[in-house]
Structures are given as structure tokens and as C-alpha cells.
Design a protein around this ligand. Structure first.
Ligand code: FES
Ligand code: FES
Length: 174
């Protein structure tokens, strides 16, 4: 059985006709072709499938699309671009915080939600925010370092050259 759903993903409105049983993760990857959001455990335990819904990290593998209609969904494809990466994407690259990269989209989006809420989180706050995102490669320290570096740069506006509230950290504008 199929149904029509309307989703706003990365500031683009989509109307889709999809099977009722499909999760948000499956719709994002298979119907929208946005494969940056990763299939991991599909049990809500690894964080690989994280997207932001109205700015809050959500596990798309255990979310039904109908429940996020009318909300703004951000996937890694909307977080930055090759020409204008988000400061977190830059710092992850510079510090080697991504190795195989499978956890990285979820790590980046969860980190973005944290920095949007708190400009200068402590190391413990970063650890707590990322506690639901599992990485098998890095040992986490480089990830924590990269979040702190991005936070410093965003605070100083090294990322955009703007001042005050003009900094959007590279996010694709609405
Ligand atoms: S794939 Fe969703 S939490 Fe692991
Ligand atoms: S970089 Fe490989 S799982 Fe995190």
C-alpha cells in the first residue's frame, strides 16, 4: 500500500508516492537519491542515519516519513557545498576526523545541532552530544578536536568573514 507524503528536505519541497512501510532513511536514500545519510544498524543504535529535523538530530531509520511532514529536514547534502563547506566539514577534513567516513554524516549533523545551540561547548558537552554516534575508526579524539576547532572558527567568523548573526556556518540558505 502506498501513500502521498510531502517532505521539505534541504529547503526543497518534495511530493512523493511511497510505500507506507518505508522509513525516512529509505525514502531519503531510495526515493530522493540522497545517499549521504547512511544505513547502519537500522535499530536506532549507531547514529549513522542521523538527519536534523527542525534543527534536532533524529534517527531516520526509526522515523516514519509521515511524522516529519511540515518540518524542515536537513541531510548532509544540505549542510554545505564543495565551494562553501560548513566549518565542521573543513575541520573534520583538516584534523583527520573522518577515516572510512561511514559515521561522518551523522557526526557532522549532530555536531552542527550542538554548535547551533551552544557556540562554545565543553569537551564533556561534545562527548555527551555525540554519545549516540558510533565510530569504529577514529577513536573519537580527532572528532572532538574538530568540533572544538569549528566552534572556535565560527565564533571568530573565520569561516565566513561575516560578523554577528550573519554567520550561518556554510549551510545552504533557504
Ligand atoms: S542506522 Fe539508524 S541508528 Fe543505526
Ligand atoms: S570514520 Fe569510520 S566509522 Fe567513523
Amino acid at each position: 500500500m502506498k501513500t502521498v507524503i510531502k517532505l521539505n528536505v534541504n529547503n526543497v519541497e518534495h511530493e512523493l508516492f511511497v510505500p507506507l512501510h518505508k522509513t525516512l532513511l529509505e525514502v531519503i536514500r531510495e526515493d530522493l537519491g540522497l545517499t549521504g545519510t547512511k544505513h547502519g544498524c537500522e535499530l536506532g543504535e549507531c547514529g549513522a542515519c542521523t538527519v536534523l529535523v527542525d534543527g534536532v538530530p533524529l534517527l531516520s531509520c526509526i522515523t516514519m516519513p509521515v511524522d516529519v511532514q511540515g518540518k524542515k529536514i536537513l541531510t548532509i547534502e544540505g549542510m554545505g557545498s564543495m565551494s562553501k563547506p560548513h566549518p565542521l566539514q573543513t575541520s573534520f577534513t583538516e584534523l583527520g576526523a573522518a577515516q572510512c567516513g561511514y559515521c561522518t554524516p551523522g557526526m557532522l549533523l549532530t555536531s552542527k545541532a550542538l554548535l547551533d545551540k551552544k557556540a562554545a561547548p565543553s569537551r564533556d558537552e561534545i562527548k555527551a552530544a555525540l554519545s549516540g554516534n558510533i565510530c569504529r575508526c577514529t577513536g573519537y579524539l580527532k572528532i572532538f578536536d574538530a568540533v572544538e576547532l569549528a566552534a572556535r572558527r565560527m565564533h571568530d567568523h573565520d569561516c565566513c568573514g561575516a560578523g554577528g548573526s550573519a554567520c550561518h556556518g556554510g549551510e545552504v540558505p533557504a
